[in-house]
Design a protein around this ligand. Structure first.
Ligand code: WT7
Length: 634
């Protein structure tokens, strides 16, 4: 059985062992899974080359461990519960046996479409059960899945499809969210028309009764090809280090990175972290509200819970539909024991007033997880007091797309929770703080750049198609360490608080947005000369997007110009990247070498003018006053 830490002593022991003898520690975890062939070595690595070989020689299939392995003991246990956007629709429940059959049918359909081991399959889908089924079906036949969040634009989808060289896109016709019915297939059509030459087929799940364009020869209906398949399919035998999936995420440069995770290490780590962080017990009902388009959905809706034999829930809708008590009603309806969401959702619901949550008792709740961004003290207390009614433990979980699983967190019933602190590393994780020169900062009550000193099984392996970029981004800044891009503080007891990104990445509602990506989009407007994008504190979203824009002066109507800029960002990236504020300016503060001084723009955006300090060393100090006095801000 996967280790499940139950006391502070056990935590300390496990942590010590994981540092002194990491190979034995992780081999003990890996042993609990089913392997076609055992590994010959636990770990070989070269941090500076981003080369990690975990469980080399081992052969496995992750879906055997998510599904087949449980049949003898949990075949009739509910694996997946699905709640529709529409409250009046009945929940869908699939047992482990049923889920395996559906996954196999889909695997066989993928094979019929010519998909084989190593091929890339992009998903552009709402939160329907078929998304989870499709992802697992890829893993069963060794195809590499790459899920693109269905809120991204056609342009952003096309970029990812091209980068991955995907042979197949799996989508739905429409997406129901709140009272909206959003087109999905038409976005896929637009994306493909932007030169996605690798795509042979589009597999479309019918999610509505509405008509949709259909291209004979290329498009295939899910119900036509999947439903007729046999419900069994032999799993592909995968090497431990074969890639399992690609997931695109934003970085500080313009182009999103395809983070690659591999089969065995990811399997071992997601199961281990799931069982410990959520203290899952056999009859618990676990719900993570994330979208499967993000890493949280991959690791903690699909893989972690299923590997652990849990009942995992998937929700199609939004927290405020039909009313702001939807989350709590669902928690009550299914007696949810572990609930995992993002601070932005907590703040948004908090802003709706307490009556929605006060009126619903949720005695089943034991663990309340938070992820995606720092949780502020007020939201933390509201979550603890109003949602958990002080009976559940809040765990603030810090991790990243690149880490594959939760790294720093309290453990319910084992380590305490201190508001705004992710707290302690899980055993096997060795965080360090360094100064900008790379010197390790020892002791407590200190701040620095957060790095991880030793590999863990689900560390990213590469960025798809560009290994050098992976090395440069994560392993070159501080040789011998993995650099997270975050700044952090260690308190007097060694707890870690993650403060936020130290690079040009903004965290908007828990979503990573690269400032360069937004600038590139804005600069596409023919009347834009230059732009600079920074983050600023936002009450609900955590951070908002603030764009400073220089126009060429040929603007008749400023409001229309700003609306056009918003439109371009929506078209190039998606609505989530639209600036919250746009300020038209005549110049941007620059250093003598011509670099934009973002520090100054960040202070202006945060309305912290008095902190600006001495700006006289700028190339153009006069511009700062002008920006401050400029009134056009929308
Ligand atoms: C970035 C990673 C991990 C899944 C969702 C986001 C920030 C994440 C926390 C937390 C403070 C956090 C960091 C990190 N972040 N969790 N508990 N406290 N900050 O994954 O999109 O890869 O973003 O989110 O800045 O680097 P992601």
């Amino acid at each position: 059985m996967t280790l499940q830490i139950k006391s502070l002593d056990e935590y300390k022991q496990a942590y010590k062992k994981s540092i002194e003898d990491p190979e034995t520690f992780w081999a003990d975890q890996a042993k609990t899974f089913e392997w076609f062939e055992p590994w010959s070595s636990v770990l070989n690595f070269k941090m500076e080359n981003s080369s990690f070989k975990w469980f080399e020689g081992g052969k496995l299939n992750i879906t055997v461990n998510c599904l087949d392995r449980h049949l003898s003991t949990r075949g009739d246990k509910t694996a997946l519960i699905w709640e529709a956007n529409d409250e009046s629709r009945e929940s869908v429940k699939l047992t482990y046996k049923e889920l395996l059959a559906k996954v196999c049918q889909c695997s066989n359909a993928l094979k019929e479409l010519g998909i084989k081991k190593g091929d890339r399959v992009v998903f552009y889908m709402p939160m329907v059960v078929e998304l989870a089924i499709g992802v697992l079906a890829c893993a069963r036949i060794g195809a590499i899945h790459s899920v693109v969040f269905a809120g991204f634009s056609a342009n952003a989808l096309a970029d990812r499809v091209k980068d991955a060289g995907a042979e197949l896109i799996i989508c739905s016709d429409f997406n129901f969210r709140g009272n909206k019915c959003i087109e999905v297939k038409s976005v896929v059509d637009q994306a493909i028309s932007q030169g996605c030459d690798s795509v042979r087929n589009v597999l479309m799940y019918k999610n509505s009764n509405k008509d949709v364009d259909f291209e004979n020869g290329r498009d295939v209906w899910w119900h036509d090809i999947v439903d007729k398949q046999l419900p069994s399919c032999d799993p592909e035998i995968m090497d431990a280090e074969d890639p399992l999936f690609i997931l695109y995420t934003s970085g500080s440069t313009g182009k999103p990175k395809g983070v690659v995770h591999s089969c065995a290490g990811y399997m071992v780590y997601t199961c281990y972290s799931f069982k410990n962080v959520f203290q899952y017990k056999e009859n618990d009902i676990y719900w993570c509200t994330a979208d499967i388009g993000w890493i949280t959905g991959h690791s903690y809706i699909i893989y972690g819970p299923l590997l652990a034999g849990a009942t995992t829930m998937m929700f199609e809708g939004v927290p405020t539909y039909p009313e702001p008590d939807r989350f709590w009603k669902i928690c009550k309806k299914h007696s949810v024991t572990q609930f995992y969401t993002a601070p932005t959702a907590i703040r948004a619901l908090m802003a709706q007033g307490d009556k929605w949550v006060d009126s619903i008792d949720m005695p089943s709740l034991q663990v309340l997880g938070s992820v995606g961004e720092p949780i502020n003290e007020e939201a933390w207390h509201w979550y603890n007091d109003k949602v958990g009614k002080k009976r559940a433990q809040v765990v603030d979980t810090w991790w990243q797309t690149e880490t594959g699983g939760i790294m720093i967190t309290s453990i319910p019933g084992v380590t305490d929770s201190k508001p705004t602190y992710a707290s302690y590393p899980l055993p096997g994780v060795q965080p360090v703080l360094v100064d900008p020169k790379g010197n390790t900062i020892e002791g407590n009550n200190v701040e620095g750049l957060l790095c991880i000193e030793y590999p863990w099984p689900s560390i990213l392996r590469t960025t798809y198609g560009d290994h050098d970029r992976c090395i440069k981004t994560y392993f070159s800044p501080f040789p011998g360490k993995y650099f997270t891009g975050d700044g952090a503080r260690r308190d007097e007891d060694g707890r870690i608080r993650v403060i936020g990104r130290v690079d040009d990445v903004i965290n908007v509602s828990g979503h990573r947005i690269g400032t360069a990506e937004v600038e590139n989009a804005i600069d596409e407007h023919e009347n834009v000369v230059e732009s600079a994008v920074v983050g600023f504190p936002h009450e609900i979203k955590g951070q908002g997007i603030y764009a400073f824009v220089i126009s060429d002066g040929n603007i008749a109507d400023k409001n229309q110009f700003i609306a056009e800029i918003n439109g371009i960002v929506k078209e190039k990236i998606g609505a989530i990247a639209r600036p919250d504020k746009i300020k038209l300016v005549e110049g941007l503060p620059k250093t003598r070498s011509g670099k934009i001084m973002r520090r100054i723009l960040r202070l202006i955006a945060a309305d912290r003018i008095s902190d600006l300090g001495d700006t006289s060393t700028l190339l153009n100090p006069e511009v700062v006053e002008k920006i401050i006095s400029e009134k056009t801000e929308v």
